[in-house]
Design a binder for this molecule. Structure first.
Ligand code: BYC
Length: 312
């Protein structure tokens, strides 16, 4: 083993973070750029389904909470784009890959938000799934990514609680509100399970990502933990999960669950989900409309550095 390589693996072994200027295998760098940028895109695209309800939130309090949540997500996107930049890619090229359809983002954000209860279901189930995955990412081996995840997880935890509380209010409301709550849970449950990625046997990156301590738990392990947690929490809401096969298995010490529709998952990942086209169009339009702001900020920065240079 080369000298640099043995330093790299020694750090992994001893849980010492890999930092931007350290030597790292090319494939490690490539995997991190892929995962961190996909994650950043998910945060930014993830604002769109919720944005649909900001103007229609049912009260001032709910509107303020939803606005704060969407702003947190913009912030998460920015920390993550910055973490990706430490690996040698520019933010412009990363965003260009999103807009051209080359880069992926989480499948979950290609589903529509049809009622107000969807906002609660996103907080409880989508942010809940996100935290389950992201808590392990706080311990990932790449310093800038791990540190960004610590703050993101704190904010995600508030997002999940507000979602659950919002559904709790609906679940104690009128018959229509209860029906709306159950309908949102029914529609978001299976897509939320798909967020964890394909089964371990189909996961192309897991082996290397586990070896490099980018991932600390497998897709299936995290999905099972999430199901075990939600199967208990749903009882507090007095609602049900849309899976007739969901049943506690005493021997395994886990809930058994029904088959996930992997065809649907791959269709959504390939761009054929209910809202894929709409999401990308919204992102491209927002980027185009913000062009003058980027240009003005750049012109201002150039002017300031010229003034500074001439004063010197
Ligand atoms: N959707 O080998 P695998 C949020 C792709 S945002 C689409 O297991 P890996 C929030 C995968 O990319 C939450 N594609 O991959 C924001 C790979 O394709 P490529 C986002 C998926 O990377 C706003 C192929 O399938 N969280 O919290 O080892 C509002 C094979 O998969 C998906 C993150 O991004 C999917 N669901 O494991 C509310 C966390 N799953 O790249 C909430 C960071 C898999 O070879 N990411 N694919 O073309 C990760 O932890 C990992 O990337 C994953 C997948 C566990 C997601």
């Amino acid at each position: 083993m080369e000298h640099f390589e043995s330093i790299f693996y020694g750090k992994l072994e001893n849980e010492v973070k890999i930092e931007p200027r350290d030597w790292m295998p090319d494939a490690y760098r490539k995997t991190l750029i892929r995962q961190i940028s996909q994650h950043a895109h998910s945060e930014i695209v993830g604002m769109l389904p919720e944005g649909n309800w900001i103007t229609r939130a049912p009260s001032l309090k709910r509107k303020a909470v939803l606005l704060a949540k969407a702003q947190d997500e913009a912030g998460h996107g920015l920390y993550l784009y910055a973490a990706a930049e430490t690996l040698g890619v520019t933010r412009e090229s990363t965003i260009e890959d999103l807009h051209s359809g080359k880069a992926k983002y989480s499948s979950i954000f290609n589903y529509p938000t049809l009622t107000w209860a969807d906002i609660g279901a996103i907080g409880w189930l989508v942010d809940g799934a996100a935290i389950m995955n992201q808590v392990m990412l706080c311990r990932n081996s790449y310093g800038p990514y791990a540190r960004a995840m610590v703050r993101i997880c704190k904010e995600e935890s508030f997002h999940q609680r507000q979602g659950f509380e919002s559904l709790l209010v609906l679940s104690r409301g009128s018959a229509e509100q209860r029906a709306m709550c159950q309908d949102a849970i029914d529609r978001w449950w299976w897509p939320a399970l798909m967020m964890f990625g394909p089964r371990d046997s189909e996961s192309t990156h897991s082996d290397l990502s586990m070896k490099w301590k980018i991932k600390r738990m497998s897709n299936d392990e995290l999905r099972q933990r999430f199901i075990d947690m939600i199967a208990e929490q749903v009882k507090v809401l007095n609602m049900t999960l849309p899976d007739p096969d969901l049943k506690w298995n005493e021997e395994r010490g886990h809930y058994d669950f029904g088959a996930i529709d992997w065809d649907e998952f791959w269709q959504v990942v390939k761009g054929n989900g209910p809202c894929n086209r709409e999401r990308l169009e919204a992102r491209r339009k927002a980027h185009e409309e913000g062009r003058w702001v980027r240009e003005a900020a750049l012109a201002h920065a150039n002017k300031k550095s010229m003034v500074k240079a001439s004063a010197a």
